[in-house]
Design a binder for this molecule. Structure first.
Ligand code: EPZ
Length: 417
């Protein structure tokens, strides 16, 4: 198992080019199942989650060619409609393939995605919405056997929570359904809009993506298309926090500033100087970070839960105490015990975490508990005096492409072994 070793205390300074958004490419790869033709997707990030999604497509019968950051998917001749348990367990967000496979093949068979490091990760909102569209779902021994005959029927869907995945599943099932599907209480994340843009280029008719009411006018068939994935806003937040905690300065190239508003607001509150251009965000760190009294994670356009752990790590050396209220995932604070090994003072109670700023962190031996928790450990290690060894870095490989190379180019003393 690979490890990362970091000798902390070096300023992070320079510029990096963002990769494509993990949480955009994954539903877009699922969406290619709907297209009986070629989908050429640019700006794809090199991530293990992307590899897992490609394995699912190839299992179904798609031909997938990856050339640097362009993935070409040909779903002209799909043969299967199931996702093997092993592939479902490799990536729980594979549930987003369900709507697309059922819509294309008339049936789907997947194992219930287990929980993950962030908690049980229920799929009740997905299943009830797909059932409203006419998908018959039977669960037997942990396998969901689904069928919809030759079509799904558009209808009004009310999501009791703006679930990103459930919104994506309904969009994928509704695109070729008969009639009109209206999602009320839809998720508004930028990745939803990117998915809709991809599908509309392929001939779909989706209106309102990015708002809480999305209307999908059923289309008989989709055609080949080409698309460029939006930049990864959580990757951007991670590098900005890494720079802030080491007292450096950075320009994040290829960013969409509008996707980073809530994160930039917290960074400004912490005393960082931020400037934006059309497709870049620059940050100059203060000599000493200021506390941020309360940060509440919320569905977009609120502060993103995925940026919580990286910014928590940043605030461990702020002047004073900060508080996080995590409103999305119950296990988001799993990483706290590992952060304490650096000498951080963090107190959690349920979904509330109080971070009491300390003068300095010390290098430690730690292990990743989840993707964004792993990012928090890297950020703490960059700030810490001394050497840190981070294990279980397969979590990081799920969501951060070229992490070691990028940080080294920014001045970090980092090795992957
Ligand atoms: C997506 O997960 C992202 N993953 C997550 O990013 C992100 O944290 C999350 O949205 C919130 O923004 C991908 O896009 C691949 P949800 P998703 O459905 O779709 C509850 C990362 O680090 N819920 O919006 O699974 C759920 O338990 C990952 O990049 C139900 O109760 O998130 C959670 O509390 C982590 N029933 C809340 O809703 C359901 O049927 C938000 O989940 C579905 C969800």
């Amino acid at each position: 198992m690979a490890d990362i070793t970091i000798s902390g205390g070096k300023k992070i300074s320079g510029s990096i080019k963002l990769s494509g958004a993990k949480n955009s490419i994954l539903p877009i790869l699922a969406a290619t199942v709907l297209i009986s033709g070629k989908s050429i997707i640019h700006n794809c990030p090199e991530l293990s989650d992307v590899e897992a999604a490609v394995k699912i497509l190839e299992h179904l019968g798609a031909i997938v060619i990856t050339e640097q950051s362009t993935i070409t998917v040909d779903c002209s001749n799909l043969k299967k409609y199931d996702i093997p348990d092993s592939l479902m367990r490799e990536m729980r967000s594979s549930i987003v393939f369900l709507g697309a496979i059922a819509a294309r093949m008339g049936k789907a068979s997947i194992s219930s995605p287990g929980g993950c490091e962030l908690g049980p990760r229920p799929i009740d909102l997905h299943l009830s919405a797909l059932a409203d569209l006419g998908l018959k779902i039977e669960e037997e021994y942990g396998i969901l056997n689904c069928s919809c005959g030759n079509e799904l029927i558009g209808t009004d869907i009310q999501l009791s929570f703006p679930s990103v995945g459930a919104t994506e599943n309904v969009i994928l099932a509704g695109v070729t359904a008969k009639g009109i599907t209206v999602i009320h209480g839809a998720a508004r994340e930028p990745e939803i809009s990117d998915l809709a843009d991809f599908l509309n280029r392929a001939g779909a008719n989706i209106q309102g993506a990015g708002s809480d009411i999305i209307t999908i006018y059923g289309t008989s068939a989709l055609h080949s298309t080409e698309h460029t994935v939006i930049p990864d806003r959580i990757e951007a937040a991670t590098y900005l926090a890494a720079t802030a905690v080491t007292g450096g300065k950075i320009t994040v190239l290829g960013a969409i500033p509008a996707h980073l508003t809530p994160v930039m607001s917290v960074l400004k509150s912490a005393g960082c100087e931020l400037s934006v251009k059309h497709n870049e965000v620059s940050l100059i760190a203060p000599v000493k970070l200021k506390r941020v009294p309360v940060i509440r994670t919320m569905p977009h356009p609120g502060f993103p839960t995925d940026a919580g752990s990286p910014l928590m790590a940043m605030l461990t050396i702020a002047d004073g105490s900060s508080m996080f209220v995590e409103n999305i995932f119950e296990n988001r604070f799993r990483i706290v015990d590992e952060l304490k090994r650096f000498g951080a003072k963090i107190y959690t109670n349920g979904r509330v975490a109080v971070i009491e700023g300390v003068k300095a962190l010390s290098g430690a031996t730690v292990e990743c508990t989840d993707l964004r928790g792993g990012a928090a450990l890297v950020i703490a290690a960059l700030a810490a005096n001394g050497v840190t060894k981070i294990s279980k870095i397969h979590h990081l490989d799920r969501g951060y492409a070229k992490l070691t190379e990028n940080l080294r180019s920014l001045g970090a003393e980092i090795e992957r072994s």
